[in-house]
Design a binder for this molecule. Structure first.
Ligand SMILES: [Zn+2]
Length: 77
């Protein structure tokens, strides 16, 4: 049994918890953001901007945000 190989390289489950999400707001419109764990992005639906999260740290800069097309899947659900 070699349980030492169970080292996890995955993104920590709680790296961006609900408390942090409560604090974070879109720097453009101050509106709420949606966390997309799969793509590691925080999305403002109002502005159609996706903010990157690097090493668990949200980069809340308009210059770093990616503009999303209106039909982007990140804007759905
Ligand atoms: Zn916004």
């Amino acid at each position: 049994m070699c349980w030492t190989r169970r080292a996890s390289l995955t993104f920590p489950e709680n790296a961006l918890d609900n408390k942090l999400l409560d604090i974070l707001a879109c720097p453009v419109c101050k509106g709420p953001l949606r966390w997309h764990r799969d793509t590691q992005q925080l999305v403002c639906r109002g502005d159609r901007l996706a903010f990157p999260v690097r090493d668990g740290i949200p980069v809340m800069l308009e210059d770093e945000a990616r503009s999303l097309p209106s039909d982007d899947p990140l804007l759905k659900d």
